[in-house]
Write a protein that binds this ligand. Structure first.
Ligand SMILES: Cc1ncc(C[n+]2csc(CCOP(=O)(O)OP(=O)(O)O)c2C)c(N)n1
Ligand code: SF4
Length: 500
């Protein structure tokens, strides 16, 4: 949705940034691929925060692959200063070639801090003479933006032509640079890997790549030819390596064992030394756990007690998989709990099928659970199904952000509130129950058992605020009530006297 909103804004000449983590781009992939064909009028920068090493993710996909697959220019900064500087370049590329740009970050770049020298007012694009973006306006471009096959075929050709131009420009652009050094070792690298490699191989020659798609192939060819040994140091998939080798450039790459997890200086030293001996096991940290007063305890206690088969989802509540409950049987992608639960219900023998519960958080339900309920109403399994929405009034796991079912905007102001129980009833779910599992654990257990025994479609909304967010939620609710009261008093005052 965010990418589509951003695309609409960029169709109307705005400069737009859309941010997400790497798996978010999977959800946005459908509009992403075709936005490469439609292009934009203003600027559209899609920031993808990748998580090599999976510090808080379910996979470590390398989204540079998306740039190649969709045909989008991709930029990768190495530190805070570059994150700042390269962003201007991303906007310039997007506006010049009228194309979305993928801005690829990784955990270590996002989580590290370094001093940033901001552009002074004198050096801004405006001061340098570039025109500021015109005010948003709309001009019809039916052939350019309505991607029926007759329009999409020429659009694909236009995209490839743009990419060829960007590739030619990229060979010389300042986003890629050669750092001269000892010619016995040349390192081709990008992103955070550059920082590690600079420390692990001081004195080496570097080709540091900032424009990671399209790659500066000819520059890399000349660089590789100019050094005795040329090693590509890159975190994650061998994206640069594969492209250079496909272009016939003989480069050395890391061993497969270094494809997993983040790189660091020690690992890059090993790569450069061609060391493939087993690495020391990482130190065991304290495993995460639910807060002591988390409302999810009673929920997972009940699910574990009755040996439920739990199709789970992503959020704080995923911690129900850990001891003492171990009450989660799958967790795949945001919103997948409902579809996976339905699949289990469809094929399992009835006695087992009746133990299947889909468990999903409130934010995740809004993000991508609603379509699962529609599928459930449309193709109900013979034993029915039970969906448990854990509504803690916030997006707890990622830092207590608001979402449409909290009724508050991202900065906590009042807005329309999506009713989870209302939407479940409207979709046609026969049994919808709202209960506080913390205040009434016996009642929760009773409802759950009753709904599991019935061969019907049920949604149980287990509603109790996250203990860490509860005080803030109360404060924002109070502020919202005051704002509403002030607005209705103002509205009454604005009425003509005889209508008051
Ligand atoms: C497609 C996608 N986008 C974003 C994320 C990051 N993420 C992990 S959990 C989560 C939200 C969880 O919120 P909620 O469902 O309310 O559960 P809670 O943490 O409050 O228990 C998000 C956005 C993700 N895993 N996948
Ligand atoms: S942050 Fe909130 S939802 Fe997450 S474990 Fe703690 S109390 Fe539970």
């Amino acid at each position: 949705m965010a990418l589509e909103v951003g695309l609409g804004a960029a169709f109307a000449n705005a400069r737009t940034i859309v941010t997400m983590k790497h798996v978010g781009l999977n959800v946005a992939a459908d509009p992403l691929f075709t936005s490469a064909y439609t292009g934009v009028v203003g600027a559209l920068i899609v920031v993808s925060a990748d998580d090599p090493g999976m510090s808080s993710s379910q996979n470590e996909q390398d989204n540079r692959r998306y740039a190649v697959a969709a045909g989008l220019p991709a930029i990768e900064p190495s530190d805070s200063q570059e994150a700042y500087d390269f962003f201007f370049a991303a906007v310039e590329i997007s506006e010049r070639w009228k194309i979305p740009v993928l801005y690829r970050m990784t955990t270590r770049v996002c989580h590290s801090k370094s001093i940033v020298v901001a552009r002074s007012a004198d050096s801004t694009a405006v001061a340098r003479g570039a025109a500021p973006p015109p005010a948003p306006h709309f001009e019809h471009d039916i052939a350019g933006r309505v991607m029926i096959p007759a329009n999409a075929r020429p659009a694909h050709r236009r995209l490839r032509a743009k990419l060829a131009e960007i590739a030619a420009w990229g060979e010389e652009c300042a986003l890629n640079r050669v750092e001269p050094g000892d010619r016995s070792l040349g390192i081709i690298t990008s992103g955070i890997s550059y920082m590690h490699a600079a420390e692990a191989g001081p004195g080496a020659c570097f080709l540091k790549i900032g424009l990671v798609n399209p790659l500066p192939i000819e520059r890399a060819r000349a660089f590789a030819a100019s050094v005795e040994r040329c090693v590509v140091v890159e975190e994650g998939d061998p994206v640069i390596t594969d492209s250079l080798r496909a272009a016939g450039i003989p480069v050395e790459s890391k061993a497969e064992m270094y494809r997993f997890g983040e790189l660091d200086v020690a690992r890059v030293r090993r790569i450069l030394a061609r060391d493939v001996t087993p690495e020391p096991a990482p130190l065991r940290g304290k495993p995460p756990e639910l807060c002591p007063a988390c409302p999810y305890h009673t929920v997972y206690g009940t699910l574990a007690k009755h040996d439920c088969i739990v199709a789970g989802d992503i959020g704080c509540y995923t911690l129900g998989v850990l001891p003492p409950y171990r009450a989660m049987d799958s967790c795949v992608a945001m919103g997948a709990s409902i579809g996976v639960g339905l699949g289990l219900r469809h094929v399992l023998p009835p006695a087992q099928a009746r133990r299947v519960v889909s468990v999903i958080g409130d934010s995740t339900f809004v993000h991508s659970g609603i379509t699962g309920l529609v599928e459930m109403a449309y193709n109900p399994p013979p034993t029915g199904h039970v969906v448990l929405v854990l509504d803690n009034g916030t997006t707890a796991m990622t830092g207590q952000q608001e979402h449409p079912a909290t009724g508050r905007t991202l900065d906590h102001g009042p807005t329309n509130k999506l009713s989870i129980e209302g939407i479940a009833s409207a979709i046609g779910i026969g049994s919808v129950t709202v209960i506080d599992p913390y205040a009434d654990p016996e009642g929760f257990e009773r409802v759950l058992l009753e709904r599991l025994a019935a061969s019907e479609l049920s949604v149980i909304v287990a509603r109790r605020p996250c203990i860490l967010a509860a005080a803030d939620i109360r404060r924002w609710e109070q502020q919202a009530a005051e704002l509403r009261a002030r607005a209705s008093a103002q509205a009454a005052f604005d009425l003509p006297l005889d209508e008051r």
